[in-house]
Design a protein around this ligand. Structure first.
Ligand code: ADE
Ligand code: ZN
Length: 326
């Protein structure tokens, strides 16, 4: 359809992408071989067959296990470059990428190894495809406040090249309040902050992310629809939501795409964006998310224009950069 063709071709930003979640099975096995380590799966098909998730935790267990193949600076560079090539092919002109240092620091990988590899991949992609990248350090919320502070300490030598901070991993039982002091320190460093909230957790976690962490965007936020006052507040504040449709269906937040709250969020006037979250694990990159949303909801060109313009506006790019895209 005309609307789908428009959505696929238009310039857009991706604002919710975990670089570790872009590790395709083919690359995972290639890196395992390069590093002389064994994955607990016989082959690529066996690994792909394990991508049958019942909830967020069942995914995270596999996601953290597969990240073990990432060892050298080159591994992180290859991972970044592979994602950015795919994103550029989907019309993504700018992306703000989450990385999880604690996953790697805990395995004895130096912060510099991981970070310089990611940065090298981003620089190469900028030169090759013209795509721009910002890097957002995510704290793992199932770990302690103390561990988050130690991670922030390890990141300080690189702080000029870190563009923001986020909060991810197991949401239930780990409310934003647990990281109020860490996020205050991140904001004192002059960085914007974001947090996953209202993916599996209740709308109250979205309120905490706003009031206690003072986030500039909510990642997911799809359970906001359960709280009318919160919906009104998000709309009034123009608070961006980075919604990840295929992720939500694959992690059983919604039974099918038609059950997704995306149309309700849009109808309430929220500043919604579409993103791929962990595309290697959830059935596709941004283009596939757009196709799946369109198959379920048949949005018109105006709706897609709004969604994609939202993604550029809600980015942390400068006003000058935005003016070049919008
Ligand atoms: N880490 C990677 N993907 C995630 C998600 N969808 N929710 C929470 N933590 C994550
Ligand atoms: Zn996410």
């Amino acid at each position: 359809s005309r609307a789908l063709a428009f959505a696929l071709a238009a310039p857009k930003a991706e604002l919710h992408l975990h670089i570790e979640g872009s590790l395709e099975p083919e690359l995972a096995f290639a890196l395992a071989q390069r590093n002389g380590i064994a994955l607990p799966y016989a082959d690529i098909d066996a690994l792909r067959a394990a991508y049958d998730f019942s909830d967020l935790q069942s995914f995270l267990d596999l996601y953290y296990a597969c990240a073990d193949v990432l060892r050298s600076e080159e591994d992180f560079r290859d991972l970044m470059l592979a994602y950015l090539a795919r994103a550029a092919a989907d019309g993504v002109v700018h992306t703000e990428i989450f990385f999880d240092p604690q996953t790697h620091l805990a395995r004895g990988i130096a912060f510099a190894t991981m970070f310089e590899g990611l940065a090298a991949g981003a620089a190469q992609a900028k030169a090759q495809f013209g795509i721009s990248t910002k890097l957002i350090l995510c704290f793992l919320r199932h770990l302690s406040e103390e561990d988050a502070f130690a991670t922030l300490e390890a990141a300080l030598p690189f702080i000029a090249r870190i563009d923001g901070f986020g909060l991810d991993s197991s949401e239930k039982g780990h409310p934003p309040a647990k990281f109020e002091r860490v996020f205050a320190r991140c904001r004192d460093l002059g960085k914007p902050v974001v947090a996953h909230a209202g993916e599996e957790g209740p709308p109250a976690y979205i309120v905490e992310a706003l009031d206690l962490l003072k986030v500039s965007r909510i990642d997911h936020g799809v359970r906001a629809s359960e709280d009318a006052a919160l919906m009104a507040r998000l709309a009034a504040e123009g608070m961006p939501l980075t919604v990840c449709p295929l992720s939500n269906v694959r992690l059983c937040v919604f039974a099918t795409m038609k059950d997704h709250t995306l149309p309700a969020l849009l109808a309430a006037g929220l500043k919604v964006t579409i993103n791929s979250d962990d595309p290697a694990y959830f059935g596709g990159y941004l283009g596939e998310n757009i196709r799946a949303v369109q198959a379920a909801f048949e949005f018109d060109v105006d709706t897609w224009y709004t969604l994609l313009r939202n993604s550029l506006e809600a980015s942390f790019a400068s006003d000058a950069e935005k003016a070049g895209w919008i």
